[in-house]
Write a protein that binds this ligand. Structure first.
Ligand code: GCU
Length: 377
């Protein structure tokens, strides 16, 4: 049944290489994966600058014996050079008291929307997971303004942003056609936190995830697709231009035209040109989700989250199986039907869950993701 739906919407396969050959091996996939990343950098999210040569981490605060003796907490500041000068951002790091290396989650957090994205720190500590929490506002305030935050600092001539500050259109046009937008900048910051986790002996480096909800779910997707140090991307309600099929969007869901009208600055300047042309697009979002393979993703939907399009998220995950199967892996193990509220499909090398309700990341998702990571050995 699901195969027929994918066929009906003409969801394109991702295994034809740029030179026309079919990708059939692990070695070919390494090349094909890079082709997909380049495509999505140019057309969708904008190009990621290279990682900085040095990142300095300064401990700004350290609290032992916290959360009823279960954890220690640190406030860290990460600093690195950009073409426009130094950039510094803070994050909080919570580590459970343990006598062995623990798995970790980089959690991308909203400052202004706590109601739809919760963070059960006590449960996380009890389950023995470290968590680094990044408030996305500290990288880039979420408004159409490249004169503030990280993204503009990598755009040539960025020191003149101030002249353009009042004119958002001029700012956007100053940005090269394929230069990055804010999703790229948030993802880049998550990778800098990964740099920090790499320095810690207390972390199990084989089990580090990046997790985010909604626009930060799109960010977690883009981050993990690029940064192979992440073993898992936990992507909640990422909806349009995240882990969901653009070609399947109906009138109930957000479409490319809607998202790029309100949030053009999240994406490459080319992405709006696909508005209304979804059917003609030679690719779809399962390609970038597939670019996480052979590592794993965990897609989380809400049954009543129509703007994000839970059915389009689920089928995106199903369509990404193409690459896992080519690699001889199980991929997402799922029944041949659409999902229902309460479903958890977490037995394979990728996972999917659907909570009952609207746009939310909460206890259900955290428990599922941590349980999945516990089994990843
Ligand atoms: C808007 C946007 C979505 C996005 C969401 C969010 O609703 O249209 O694409 O996912 O904001 O990040 O909260």
């Amino acid at each position: 049944m699901l195969k027929e739906i994918l066929k009906q919407y003409q969801i394109p396969g991702m295994l034809t290489m740029n030179n026309g050959e079919t990708c059939t091996t692990k070695e070919m996939w390494e090349i094909r994966r890079k082709e997909i990343l380049t495509l999505f950098a140019k057309e969708v999210y904008g190009e990621m600058p290279p990682a900085p040569e040095h990142v300095t981490f300064t401990v700004k605060g350290c609290w032992e014996n916290q959360i009823q003796g279960k954890a220690r907490i640190r406030k860290i500041e990460a600093s690195f050079m950009t073409p426009s000068g130094p950039f510094t951002f803070p994050f909080h790091y919570y580590e459970p008291v343990a006598d062995h290396p623990v798995p970790a989650i980089v959690f991308l957090q909203f400052a202004e929307h706590p109601v739809y994205c919760s963070f059960p720190v006590e449960t996380i500590m009890e389950k023995g997971f470290a968590v680094a929490v990044l408030n996305y506002d500290t990288i880039q305030a979420d408004r159409y303004d490249f004169a503030q935050g990280l993204a503009g600092m990598y755009i040539t001539g960025a020191s003149r942003w101030d002249d353009l500050c009042a004119d958002t259109y001029a700012q956007n046009m100053k940005r090269g056609e394929t230069q990055w937008g804010f999703i790229g900048a948030w993802a880049f910051a998550a990778s800098r936190i990964m740099d920090y986790l790499q320095t810690l002996k207390t972390i199990d480096k084989t089990r580090i995830a990046v997790m985010g909800h909604s626009r930060l779910g799109k960010t977690a997707l883009w981050c993990a697709a690029n940064d192979e140090r992440f073993r898992l991307a936990a992507i909640s309600a990422s909806g349009c231009s995240g882990a969901s099929l653009s070609k399947m969007k109906d009138d109930t869901c957000e479409r490319i035209g809607q998202i790029t009208e309100v949030f053009p600055y999240w994406f490459s300047r080319r992405w709006p040109s696909y508005a209304g042309r979804e059917k003609e697009m030679p690719f779809d979002q399962h390609w970038i989700l597939g670019a996480i393979a052979p590592r794993s993703f965990y897609i989380c939907s809400g049954s009543e989250d129509s703007w994000a399009g839970p059915h389009t998220e689920y089928l995106c995950a199903v369509a990404a199986n193409e690459v896992y199967h080519m690699l001889g892996m199980e991929g997402l193990l799922h029944p041949d039907r659409m999902p229902e509220a309460g479903d958890i499909f977490a037995q394979g090398s990728a996972a999917y869950s659907m909570h009952k309700g609207t746009h939310y990341l909460g206890q259900f998702e955290w428990n599922n993701v941590m349980e999945y990571m516990e089994n990843m050995r």
